[in-house]
Design a protein around this ligand. Sequence first.
Ligand SMILES: [Fe+2]
Length: 471
Amino acid sequence: MQVLSQASAQPHGWHPALAKPVPEKSSQLFQNCTAKLGLPESRTFKPLPLQPTNFPFSSREATKMPGVVRASQGVISSEVDRLQDQVKKQILTATQLAELPAKPTAAVGASELERAFEIHDEQYLKPVEGPSVWYGRDFSDKESEWVHVLTSDEVAEIEAAIAGVRASGKQTKDVTQADFPLPNLGPRLLSIRDELVTGRGFYLLKGLPVKRWSREETILAYFGLGTYWGRAVSQNGKGHLIGHVKDLGTDPTNIVNRVYTHHGPQPWHCDSADLVGLLCLQVAKEGGLSSWASSHTVYNELLRSRPDLVRIFSQPWFIDRKNEVPAGKKPYYVMPVFNYYQGRLTIHYENSFFQAAQRHPGVPPLSAERLEAIAEFDRVAGSSPVRLDYWLEVGDLQLLNNHQTVHMRTGYTDWGPGPDEKRHLLRLWLSPPNDRPIHPLYGERYGSTEVGARGGICVPGAATKISLEAE
Ligand SMILES: [Fe+2]
């Protein structure tokens, strides 16, 4: 398994422009943090000119500065006490919360929701610790820790599994892990799943020969690999188990359109499943840069610099379903962005869905403080030290844990109007068998919160299916 070292020898996806610092954003983040810490500048870090390796809030560097860390924790503790004193309200069940916006004429104000929502969890307003907290800067030059390039033997093993399924006559959507034996690659895939579920929450497989394979073979290979990570769930109102992320000509300026159907930029968000995979079949002519960030890191940074916004994100938010409405549900759902459950924090952040929900009667307008919270979340996630950028190449498979990471994509231009001239990614939404428990409120979006059988979008009359082309 020496292939890890092949990553650096391969043409990789780092864009030279990303080596540039982003001084204005990161400097502001630094100033916010030091101001909240209440420390004289001499006791903290100098506002360093931001180079790729010297951002002051690198998690590793922070641990080397005990005075600063202690001071930070002291501020957080007092802030926790103050905020918890403010949140002395009755508890609403998930059902009651869902019923709150049912009043047809009088909008339910955010303050009313805040008064009605109390959090009882040991993690509330405490920093997250562990591998899910990471900074992109710490991994931008360490691909060997999160990239694996498939060997020719591993590709041959996948192709043998494809041949086996074809010989059986089984439909791709019914393929199980047992139908797709990978005696040597399989253990690696399972360890990748563990890295996604209990580790940093991101990984990249390179070297799937999608140009050599037919579309049918590519999708079968992709689905077969996915059986090692989790159960595939529907991604839209059409029941697609394999999604086609491609410009279908929808209007990027219409916020109600699902962002995967147009060429415009995707704001920071997570998808509505435990894991998401994106397999690149075709790159754009220009643009289409992928970025992701640890939402746990964003949380910690907000807790340190703007704990008031952490409290806001811990209250219920109104989130659009973008016209894909399960039976008996409203066209939007209500749940917090920061969800504390059984001592763990799970984050559900979908910028464009917050905005889109504003169109529905009964949904309160986004308050100025909520708009500020959105802007600050995006700013921290997009800051140079926090985010990780990557130009996906043909045959790359990006994997992300939606509970602890967020992702985005820049807008792009295709090579032409033909179907093979468009940027094209294949998407998988997966529910792993060993994932975390999540708050019952997630049932509003995930249908079920049962580990291994949750997530996705199920609407009446839409049976699950796989299409070889976007539709
Ligand atoms: Fe996404």
